[in-house]
Design a protein around this ligand. Structure first.
Ligand code: ATP
Ligand code: MG
Length: 292
Protein backbone atom coordinates (compact mmCIF):
# COMPACT_ATOMS: atom_id res chain seq x y z
CA UNK A 1 0.00 0.00 0.00
CA UNK A 2 1.23 3.49 -0.71
CA UNK A 3 2.46 5.83 2.02
CA UNK A 4 1.04 9.32 2.36
CA UNK A 5 3.43 12.02 1.13
CA UNK A 6 4.70 14.27 3.91
CA UNK A 7 3.21 17.74 4.16
CA UNK A 8 2.66 20.25 6.93
CA UNK A 9 -1.03 19.71 6.17
CA UNK A 10 -1.10 15.94 6.54
CA UNK A 11 -3.57 15.01 9.27
CA UNK A 12 -1.68 12.78 11.74
CA UNK A 13 -2.73 9.17 12.09
CA UNK A 14 -2.85 9.12 15.89
CA UNK A 15 -6.00 11.16 16.48
CA UNK A 16 -4.13 14.29 17.54
CA UNK A 17 -5.57 16.61 14.85
CA UNK A 18 -7.17 19.70 16.40
CA UNK A 19 -9.21 21.71 13.98
CA UNK A 20 -8.91 24.83 16.11
CA UNK A 21 -5.15 24.72 15.54
CA UNK A 22 -5.37 23.91 11.83
CA UNK A 23 -4.40 26.88 9.72
CA UNK A 24 -6.77 28.42 7.18
CA UNK A 25 -3.91 30.52 5.80
CA UNK A 26 -0.45 29.52 4.60
CA UNK A 27 1.81 27.94 7.19
CA UNK A 28 5.26 29.46 6.98
CA UNK A 29 6.89 27.83 9.99
CA UNK A 30 10.22 27.38 8.30
CA UNK A 31 8.68 25.17 5.66
CA UNK A 32 9.35 26.92 2.40
CA UNK A 33 6.69 26.63 -0.25
CA UNK A 34 8.40 27.24 -3.50
CA UNK A 35 5.11 26.66 -5.29
CA UNK A 36 5.50 24.75 -8.52
CA UNK A 37 4.36 26.86 -11.41
CA UNK A 38 0.82 25.88 -12.29
CA UNK A 39 1.70 25.04 -15.87
CA UNK A 40 4.59 22.83 -14.77
CA UNK A 41 2.29 21.05 -12.33
CA UNK A 42 -0.25 20.50 -15.10
CA UNK A 43 2.41 19.06 -17.40
CA UNK A 44 3.63 16.67 -14.69
CA UNK A 45 0.12 15.58 -13.91
CA UNK A 46 -0.79 15.00 -17.53
CA UNK A 47 2.31 12.83 -18.00
CA UNK A 48 1.74 10.87 -14.78
CA UNK A 49 -1.86 10.22 -15.72
CA UNK A 50 -0.82 8.74 -19.06
CA UNK A 51 1.38 6.22 -17.28
CA UNK A 52 -1.36 5.54 -14.73
CA UNK A 53 -3.76 4.73 -17.56
CA UNK A 54 -1.26 2.63 -19.51
CA UNK A 55 -0.15 0.70 -16.40
CA UNK A 56 -3.77 -0.15 -15.53
CA UNK A 57 -2.91 -1.31 -12.00
CA UNK A 58 -3.83 1.56 -9.68
CA UNK A 59 -6.96 3.66 -9.45
CA UNK A 60 -6.75 7.08 -7.82
CA UNK A 61 -9.57 8.47 -5.69
CA UNK A 62 -9.56 12.13 -4.65
CA UNK A 63 -12.11 13.14 -2.03
CA UNK A 64 -12.95 16.81 -1.51
CA UNK A 65 -14.86 17.97 1.54
CA UNK A 66 -15.32 21.51 2.78
CA UNK A 67 -17.71 24.08 4.13
CA UNK A 68 -19.65 26.03 1.48
CA UNK A 69 -17.67 28.51 -0.62
CA UNK A 70 -14.31 26.99 0.30
CA UNK A 71 -13.60 26.42 -3.39
CA UNK A 72 -14.10 22.72 -4.05
CA UNK A 73 -15.33 23.19 -7.60
CA UNK A 74 -12.65 25.65 -8.65
CA UNK A 75 -9.93 23.50 -7.10
CA UNK A 76 -11.13 20.45 -8.99
CA UNK A 77 -11.23 22.51 -12.17
CA UNK A 78 -7.78 23.98 -11.66
CA UNK A 79 -5.99 20.81 -10.58
CA UNK A 80 -7.44 18.62 -13.31
CA UNK A 81 -7.03 21.17 -16.08
CA UNK A 82 -5.10 19.69 -18.98
CA UNK A 83 -5.57 16.10 -17.87
CA UNK A 84 -7.03 13.76 -20.49
CA UNK A 85 -10.80 13.89 -19.78
CA UNK A 86 -11.22 10.26 -20.72
CA UNK A 87 -8.91 9.32 -17.84
CA UNK A 88 -10.87 10.97 -15.08
CA UNK A 89 -14.38 11.24 -13.70
CA UNK A 90 -15.99 13.68 -11.28
CA UNK A 91 -19.00 12.86 -9.13
CA UNK A 92 -20.82 15.42 -6.99
CA UNK A 93 -22.81 13.99 -4.12
CA UNK A 94 -25.85 15.99 -3.05
CA UNK A 95 -28.86 14.85 -1.07
CA UNK A 96 -29.35 11.10 -1.52
CA UNK A 97 -32.16 9.90 -3.80
CA UNK A 98 -34.86 7.50 -2.66
CA UNK A 99 -32.98 4.76 -4.47
CA UNK A 100 -29.81 5.62 -2.55
CA UNK A 101 -31.80 5.47 0.68
CA UNK A 102 -32.86 1.93 -0.17
CA UNK A 103 -29.24 0.87 0.34
CA UNK A 104 -26.55 1.10 2.99
CA UNK A 105 -24.82 4.45 3.30
CA UNK A 106 -21.71 3.43 1.36
CA UNK A 107 -23.59 2.14 -1.67
CA UNK A 108 -23.93 5.26 -3.76
CA UNK A 109 -20.28 6.25 -3.52
CA UNK A 110 -19.05 2.68 -3.95
CA UNK A 111 -20.80 2.52 -7.33
CA UNK A 112 -18.84 5.56 -8.45
CA UNK A 113 -15.35 4.38 -7.49
CA UNK A 114 -12.74 4.78 -10.23
CA UNK A 115 -11.55 1.84 -12.30
CA UNK A 116 -7.88 0.94 -12.50
CA UNK A 117 -5.98 3.43 -14.61
CA UNK A 118 -8.35 6.29 -13.84
CA UNK A 119 -8.59 9.26 -11.51
CA UNK A 120 -11.94 9.55 -9.76
CA UNK A 121 -12.95 12.70 -7.95
CA UNK A 122 -15.63 12.92 -5.27
CA UNK A 123 -16.99 16.44 -4.81
CA UNK A 124 -18.51 15.68 -1.37
CA UNK A 125 -18.63 12.00 -0.60
CA UNK A 126 -19.56 9.24 1.81
CA UNK A 127 -18.16 11.57 4.51
CA UNK A 128 -21.38 13.60 4.35
CA UNK A 129 -22.86 10.71 6.32
CA UNK A 130 -20.72 11.67 9.33
CA UNK A 131 -20.77 15.43 8.68
CA UNK A 132 -24.10 16.93 7.57
CA UNK A 133 -25.99 13.96 9.00
CA UNK A 134 -24.14 14.23 12.31
CA UNK A 135 -24.88 17.96 12.50
CA UNK A 136 -28.55 17.27 11.63
CA UNK A 137 -29.26 13.81 13.09
CA UNK A 138 -32.94 14.17 12.16
CA UNK A 139 -31.82 13.22 8.63
CA UNK A 140 -31.34 9.69 9.97
CA UNK A 141 -35.12 9.34 10.13
CA UNK A 142 -35.22 9.26 6.31
CA UNK A 143 -32.58 6.56 6.08
CA UNK A 144 -34.85 3.59 6.85
CA UNK A 145 -32.41 2.11 9.35
CA UNK A 146 -33.74 -0.94 11.16
CA UNK A 147 -34.42 -0.75 14.89
CA UNK A 148 -33.53 2.05 17.25
CA UNK A 149 -30.68 4.32 16.22
CA UNK A 150 -28.20 4.85 19.02
CA UNK A 151 -26.80 8.36 18.65
CA UNK A 152 -24.04 7.51 21.12
CA UNK A 153 -22.52 4.87 18.86
CA UNK A 154 -23.67 5.43 15.28
CA UNK A 155 -20.95 7.93 14.28
CA UNK A 156 -18.11 5.72 15.49
CA UNK A 157 -19.72 2.77 13.74
CA UNK A 158 -19.98 4.69 10.48
CA UNK A 159 -16.43 5.93 10.76
CA UNK A 160 -15.29 2.35 11.30
CA UNK A 161 -17.17 1.24 8.17
CA UNK A 162 -15.52 4.01 6.17
CA UNK A 163 -12.07 3.24 7.55
CA UNK A 164 -12.39 -0.46 6.81
CA UNK A 165 -13.73 0.10 3.31
CA UNK A 166 -10.88 2.47 2.51
CA UNK A 167 -8.30 0.00 3.80
CA UNK A 168 -9.85 -2.71 1.64
CA UNK A 169 -9.73 -0.45 -1.41
CA UNK A 170 -6.13 0.54 -0.71
CA UNK A 171 -5.07 -3.11 -0.42
CA UNK A 172 -6.61 -3.71 -3.82
CA UNK A 173 -4.92 -0.89 -5.67
CA UNK A 174 -6.95 2.27 -5.08
CA UNK A 175 -4.81 5.18 -3.99
CA UNK A 176 -6.96 7.42 -1.82
CA UNK A 177 -6.22 11.07 -1.05
CA UNK A 178 -8.67 13.17 0.93
CA UNK A 179 -8.66 16.94 1.06
CA UNK A 180 -10.42 19.06 3.64
CA UNK A 181 -10.36 22.58 2.22
CA UNK A 182 -10.17 24.55 5.42
CA UNK A 183 -11.74 27.97 4.96
CA UNK A 184 -12.19 30.34 7.89
CA UNK A 185 -15.57 31.53 9.03
CA UNK A 186 -14.62 35.14 8.23
CA UNK A 187 -13.47 34.28 4.72
CA UNK A 188 -16.69 32.35 4.10
CA UNK A 189 -18.68 35.43 5.12
CA UNK A 190 -16.61 37.59 2.77
CA UNK A 191 -17.23 35.19 -0.13
CA UNK A 192 -20.97 35.00 0.54
CA UNK A 193 -21.17 38.80 0.56
CA UNK A 194 -19.10 38.95 -2.65
CA UNK A 195 -21.66 36.64 -4.27
CA UNK A 196 -24.45 38.99 -3.23
CA UNK A 197 -22.57 42.02 -4.50
CA UNK A 198 -21.67 40.72 -7.95
CA UNK A 199 -24.51 40.03 -10.42
CA UNK A 200 -22.30 37.44 -12.14
CA UNK A 201 -21.81 35.55 -8.90
CA UNK A 202 -25.34 35.87 -7.51
CA UNK A 203 -26.37 32.55 -9.03
CA UNK A 204 -23.92 30.87 -6.68
CA UNK A 205 -25.59 32.29 -3.58
CA UNK A 206 -27.87 29.96 -1.70
CA UNK A 207 -29.76 31.32 1.32
CA UNK A 208 -29.57 27.82 2.80
CA UNK A 209 -25.79 28.12 3.02
CA UNK A 210 -26.23 30.96 5.51
CA UNK A 211 -28.45 28.71 7.59
CA UNK A 212 -25.79 25.96 7.57
CA UNK A 213 -23.22 28.52 8.65
CA UNK A 214 -25.06 28.87 11.97
CA UNK A 215 -23.92 25.33 12.73
CA UNK A 216 -20.25 26.11 12.13
CA UNK A 217 -18.99 24.77 15.47
CA UNK A 218 -20.95 21.54 15.09
CA UNK A 219 -19.46 21.06 11.64
CA UNK A 220 -15.96 21.69 12.94
CA UNK A 221 -16.50 19.09 15.64
CA UNK A 222 -17.79 16.58 13.08
CA UNK A 223 -14.83 17.26 10.78
CA UNK A 224 -12.34 16.85 13.61
CA UNK A 225 -13.84 13.51 14.62
CA UNK A 226 -14.01 12.26 11.03
CA UNK A 227 -10.48 13.27 10.08
CA UNK A 228 -8.99 11.77 13.23
CA UNK A 229 -10.86 8.51 12.79
CA UNK A 230 -10.02 8.05 9.12
CA UNK A 231 -6.66 9.65 8.34
CA UNK A 232 -4.37 6.68 7.83
CA UNK A 233 -1.13 6.17 5.88
CA UNK A 234 -3.03 4.41 3.08
CA UNK A 235 -5.94 6.91 3.01
CA UNK A 236 -4.61 10.19 4.38
CA UNK A 237 -6.44 13.43 4.95
CA UNK A 238 -4.82 16.74 4.18
CA UNK A 239 -6.24 19.83 5.85
CA UNK A 240 -5.40 22.46 3.25
CA UNK A 241 -5.63 26.17 4.14
CA UNK A 242 -8.35 27.55 1.87
CA UNK A 243 -8.45 31.29 2.54
CA UNK A 244 -6.11 31.87 -0.40
CA UNK A 245 -7.36 29.92 -3.39
CA UNK A 246 -4.16 29.94 -5.41
CA UNK A 247 -2.17 28.70 -2.47
CA UNK A 248 -4.75 25.99 -1.80
CA UNK A 249 -4.77 24.70 -5.37
CA UNK A 250 -0.99 24.56 -5.53
CA UNK A 251 -0.83 22.48 -2.31
CA UNK A 252 -3.47 20.04 -3.58
CA UNK A 253 -1.60 19.61 -6.89
CA UNK A 254 1.67 19.07 -5.02
CA UNK A 255 0.26 16.27 -2.88
CA UNK A 256 -1.30 14.59 -5.90
CA UNK A 257 1.90 14.77 -7.95
CA UNK A 258 4.06 13.54 -5.04
CA UNK A 259 1.68 10.63 -4.58
CA UNK A 260 1.64 9.60 -8.22
CA UNK A 261 5.43 9.78 -8.27
CA UNK A 262 5.72 7.60 -5.19
CA UNK A 263 3.70 4.62 -6.34
CA UNK A 264 6.15 3.43 -8.99
CA UNK A 265 4.01 3.96 -12.07
CA UNK A 266 5.50 2.36 -15.16
CA UNK A 267 4.46 1.72 -18.71
CA UNK A 268 3.78 -2.01 -19.06
CA UNK A 269 6.80 -3.99 -20.25
CA UNK A 270 6.18 -6.26 -23.24
CA UNK A 271 6.81 -9.97 -22.54
CA UNK A 272 9.14 -12.12 -24.64
CA UNK A 273 6.06 -13.45 -26.43
CA UNK A 274 4.82 -9.92 -27.13
CA UNK A 275 8.23 -9.00 -28.56
CA UNK A 276 8.13 -12.00 -30.88
CA UNK A 277 4.67 -11.02 -32.08
CA UNK A 278 5.79 -7.43 -32.58
CA UNK A 279 8.78 -8.60 -34.65
CA UNK A 280 6.43 -10.72 -36.75
CA UNK A 281 4.10 -7.76 -37.26
CA UNK A 282 7.04 -5.58 -38.22
CA UNK A 283 8.23 -8.13 -40.83
CA UNK A 284 4.77 -8.29 -42.30
CA UNK A 285 4.37 -4.50 -42.42
CA UNK A 286 7.79 -3.94 -43.90
CA UNK A 287 7.24 -6.67 -46.49
CA UNK A 288 4.13 -5.01 -47.82
CA UNK A 289 4.45 -2.84 -50.88
CA UNK A 290 3.03 0.63 -50.45
CA UNK A 291 -0.07 1.35 -52.47
CA UNK A 292 0.67 4.13 -54.92
P1 ATP B 1 -22.47 24.00 -5.02
O1 ATP B 1 -23.23 24.77 -3.97
O2 ATP B 1 -21.10 24.56 -5.28
O3 ATP B 1 -23.25 23.72 -6.25
P2 ATP B 1 -22.69 21.81 -3.19
O4 ATP B 1 -21.85 20.58 -3.05
O5 ATP B 1 -22.75 22.73 -2.00
O6 ATP B 1 -22.15 22.55 -4.44
P3 ATP B 1 -25.52 21.83 -3.10
O7 ATP B 1 -26.56 21.28 -4.01
O8 ATP B 1 -25.52 23.28 -2.77
O9 ATP B 1 -24.11 21.39 -3.65
O10 ATP B 1 -25.57 21.07 -1.71
C1 ATP B 1 -25.60 19.72 -1.61
C2 ATP B 1 -26.10 19.43 -0.22
O11 ATP B 1 -26.32 18.04 -0.12
C3 ATP B 1 -25.10 19.83 0.84
O12 ATP B 1 -25.73 20.63 1.80
C4 ATP B 1 -24.72 18.51 1.45
O13 ATP B 1 -24.43 18.60 2.81
C5 ATP B 1 -25.95 17.65 1.15
N1 ATP B 1 -25.63 16.24 1.19
C6 ATP B 1 -24.65 15.59 0.55
N2 ATP B 1 -24.63 14.29 0.90
C7 ATP B 1 -25.62 14.12 1.79
C8 ATP B 1 -26.10 13.02 2.52
N3 ATP B 1 -25.54 11.81 2.40
N4 ATP B 1 -27.17 13.19 3.32
C9 ATP B 1 -27.73 14.40 3.43
N5 ATP B 1 -27.33 15.50 2.78
C10 ATP B 1 -26.29 15.36 1.97
MG1 MG C 1 -23.88 24.52 -2.05
Amino acid sequence: MFEAPASPYLVPFDGSFRIADASTTAVTDGHHHQGTHRKTATDHLRQLQRVLAAGDRHAVLLVFQAMDAAGKDSTIRAVMRGVDPSGCQVYSFKKPSSKDLDHDFLWRTTRCLPERGRIGIFNRSHYEEVLVVRVHPQILASQKLPGEVNLETIWDERLKSIREQEEHLARNGTVILKFFLNVSRDEQKRRFLARLDDPNKMWKFEPRDVVERRHWDDYMHAYEEALNATSRPWAPWYSIPADNKRYMRARVAEVLIATLRSIGLRYPEPSAEDLEEFAEARRELEGQESAQ
